[in-house]
Design a protein around this ligand. Structure first.
Ligand SMILES: [Zn+2]
Ligand SMILES: [Zn+2]
Length: 152
């Protein structure tokens, strides 16, 4: 049975956002968003990853500009930001097809795997309702060591 969350943070963001905010996308912002749309959902890139990929594709944009662009795309609802415990930030495409999910993050190499858990969603919803908070999202980031880092 699906958990019905009171507020779907993806509702109206991607499609409506593209329609309404698309005009506000400068060519540079469009290039960054295009990169995420090309690689699809489920890929988590750091600002440095985006920088390297754009350089490889022949687009010269400063890392500072990429940071600003990523923040803006998060505010506009195109991207979802993941705050990792080591202070690193990753970004992924926000999508209706790819709703609330959780992350297992290797603290050594940064490998990030996704998983789904209705229990986590329910726990977040219950906790919020108990104290009168309105839920926006429940996501869990699990810090771990991946198999290859365990072997080293
Ligand atoms: Zn993810
Ligand atoms: Zn690892």
């Amino acid at each position: 049975m699906a958990v019905h969350l009171p507020l779907n943070r993806f509702e109206g963001t991607l499609e409506v956002g593209l329609h309404q905010d698309g005009r506000r996308l400068t060519p540079q912002r469009r290039i960054v968003l295009d990169l995420f749309q090309r690689i699809g959902t489920g890929t988590h890139l750091s600002a440095e990853d985006v920088h390297h990929q754009l350089l490889d594709a022949g687009t010269r944009v400063s890392l500072a500009t990429i940071y600003r662009t990523l923040r803006l795309l998060v505010e506009m609802g195109f991207l979802h930001e993941l705050e990792l415990s080591e202070g690193g930030h990753r970004f992924e495409l926000a999508s209706h097809d790819h709703p609330d999910h959780h992350h297992l993050v290797c603290v050594r190499c940064g490998r990030t795997e996704e998983f789904e858990s209705e229990e986590v969603l329910k726990a977040g919803l219950n906790a919020a309702e108990c104290i009168g908070f309105k839920l926006i999202e429940s996501t869990l980031n699990v810090r771990a060591l991946c198999p290859s880092c365990q072997a080293n």
